[in-house]
Write a protein that binds this ligand. Structure first.
Ligand code: SF4
Length: 277
């Protein structure tokens, strides 16, 4: 649980770069975690919402990545870039580009508003769509090219991605001449989800720690709830209420990929403090 390799790498790269440059900005938050963002701000890293706000300071691209157009625009303007895009997300972006160059429509199984998904779509040069759920497959345009490449947002579960591909094939079989499925799920995420699922079996209360905006943390909470266990998603230890523990014997704690170890330690300490002796 906690910081995955991609987030750890991005936070380290940004901390190091900020130390070297004095001040810099990041395009969006480095992670969906207000505490980590605050710590980096103290070191000199400010968050900006759009490339339009870049005013000469070096710019960090976060682990979720950005579209190719944003990278080219920054390069054309001569802005120094610290690219911390997670290599697993870069792989998705490269697949989106390659599939579209080869004439495939690109379908990303993911949240169209999530930064990673928007970035990946931005590397596909032709038709590219994000579909957040099986129910929304029918909203894909009727005139979709017959060759379709399917990718997944890295944080989806294996089971949901497999179900999505099955449903896409079943509903569009008459119009698909070639379907190419690229497994762009992140192992860090899937093994974390498997561990959360396993833990949920052994406890009667789950606390999942991570930013409210973190797709990965929300998925972990979903996985635990699907196991039928009472689950609370918190950002920090002070959100834990004494009454949550009432009637429960065993508490499981897990944390999203953007959650620092310090937040996990604080939650465990708080639970120990609240637990009846
Ligand atoms: S969850 Fe996986 S894809 Fe996302 S940043 Fe972490 S290692 Fe990279």
């Amino acid at each position: 649980m906690g910081f995955c390799f991609g987030v750890r790498r991005a936070v380290d790269m940004m901390a190091e770069a900020t130390q070297e440059t004095g001040r810099m900005v990041s395009l969006g938050s480095v992670v969906h975690n207000p505490q980590v963002v605050a710590q980096l701000k103290e070191k000199g890293l400010d968050v900006i919402a759009s490339p339009d706000e870049v005013d000469g300071l070096p710019v960090a691209i976060t682990a979720h990545g950005v579209s190719e157009a944003v990278v080219r625009d920054l390069e054309d303007r001569g802005v120094p870039i610290v690219d911390t895009t997670c290599p697993i997300v870069t792989r998705s972006q490269q697949w989106a580009k390659r599939l579209s160059e080869e004439g495939f429509a690109v379908v990303v199984f993911g949240d169209p508003n999530h930064k990673e998904t928007r970035g990946v779509l931005g590397w596909a040069q032709a038709k590219a769509y994000a579909v957040p759920s099986v129910d929304e497959i029918d909203n894909l345009p009727e005139d979709l090219p017959s060759r379709i490449g399917v990718l997944s947002q890295t944080t989806q579960t294996e089971a949901h991605f497999a179900e999505f591909v099955r449903a896409l094939l079943a509903r569009r079989m008459d119009r698909i001449s070639e379907l190419r499925v690229i497994n762009t799920l992140c192992n860090a995420t899937t093994s974390q989800q498997a561990a959360a699922q396993e833990l949920a079996h052994r406890v009667d209360l789950m606390i999942v720690i991570g930013g409210r905006e973190s797709a990965n943390t929300r998925h972990l909470a979903e996985v635990a709830r699907e196991e039928g266990v009472e689950t609370h998603h918190v950002e920090s230890a002070d959100e834990i209420r004494r009454e949550w523990l009432n009637g429960h014997q065993r508490v499981g704690v897990t944390a999203g990929a953007s959650t620092p170890d310090s937040a996990v330690d604080a939650v465990v300490a708080r639970l120990r403090e609240l637990a009846p002796a």
